[in-house]
Design a protein around this ligand. Structure first.
Ligand SMILES: NC(=O)c1ccc[n+]([C@@H]2O[C@H](COP(=O)([O-])OP(=O)(O)OC[C@H]3O[C@@H](n4cnc5c(N)ncnc54)[C@H](OP(=O)(O)O)[C@@H]3O)[C@@H](O)[C@H]2O)c1
Length: 255
């Protein structure tokens, strides 16, 4: 495995806390130059201050606003050089149960998880294609494998990200641009701290960062972890509907 992967500079979108922060610190400590983005400049500065001097560079932006993304990418490339690796990690979750199903919640989730990723791709892809090199890692979730109760919006958004990554990879293979999709299980972050249920196979963000880094370096298309949870969810994916729905209702405490 090449020691110079993933290539620098890296850009992590959604890196002021949680998985993105852990990944930025992990990669910076391994010697890479990292640009980090999120809306909160203050939190980004605090992340940069935890890394060896000069390794992490904050570029605040809003992933739902293409002008803001374009400005950040232009700034990063002017200061650090062409983005070699982009990890599109900005995402959010809110339960959208049938009894409180609101289009505004669904729209907010899709606006960030799907359209934020799409807008970043619109800005990044032409640059990478023109250079004939680059690495795009789209952060989805194991929740994108199959529809889970109370998470219609989140599962739908992450299924969309997985399918987009596959479509893009099919087109970009052979053009020098690597496409990867990251599917974490439960990771302890401010996002999941809100969950009031027991999260199976809950991982620490540092372990998730290590798994993502290893997957990026290995050029794996799908970087999914932790393995036992992923295997169980993939087995569920193979079940026919008549077996899947009773099982998932029971497993998630609906009956
Ligand atoms: N934690 C898990 O168990 C888990 C499992 C599977 C997949 N994932 C996915 O992994 C990614 C990171 O999750 P996490 O748990 O680390 O979440 P998190 O703790 O909520 O962190 C999300 C990051 O995204 C940034 N962000 C939010 N809205 C943004 C916007 N409009 N523009 C730019 N940045 C924005 C946040 O910073 P600001 O608020 O400052 O903008 C923050 O840095 C998400 O895509 C999530 O769906 C997480």
């Amino acid at each position: 495995m090449a020691q110079d992967k993933p290539e620098s500079p890296l850009w992590i979108l959604g890196a002021s806390q949680g998985i993105g922060e852990a990944l930025a610190l992990h990669v910076a400590r391994a010697g890479a130059t990292v640009a980090i983005s999120a809306r909160s400049a203050e939190k980004l500065d605090a992340v940069a201050a935890k890394a060896p001097a000069g390794r992490i560079h904050p570029f605040p932006c809003d992933a739902t606003d293409i002008d803001s993304l374009r400005h950040a990418v232009t700034d990063i490339e002017a200061k650090l050089g062409g983005i070699a690796t982009a990890v599109l990690n900005a995402g959010t979750h809110k339960e959208t149960p049938v009894d409180d199903f609101q289009s505004a919640d669904v729209e907010r989730i899709f606006d960030l998880n799907v359209m934020g990723t799409v807008k970043a791709l619109e800005v990044l892809m032409p640059r990478m294609v023109a250079r004939g090199s680059g690495r795009l890692a789209l952060v989805a979730s194991v929740a994108g494998y199959r529809g889970l109760p109370r998470a219609a919006a989140y599962c739908g958004s992450k299924a969309a990200v997985i399918a987009m990554a596959e479509s893009l990879k099919a087109e970009l293979d052979g053009r020098g641009v690597t496409v990867q999709v990251v599917c974490p299980g439960f990771v302890r972050t401010p996002l999941t701290d809100r969950n009031d249920f027991k999260m199976p196979y809950l991982m620490e963000p540092e372990d998730a960062a290590r798994a993502i880094w290893d997957g990026l370096r290995a050029d794996r298309f799908e970087i999914a972890f932790p393995r036992p949870f992923v295997l169980q969810l993939k087995a569920l994916r193979a079940l026919p509907p008549r077996a899947y729905f009773p099982l998932i209702r029971k497993a998630t405490g609906i009956e």
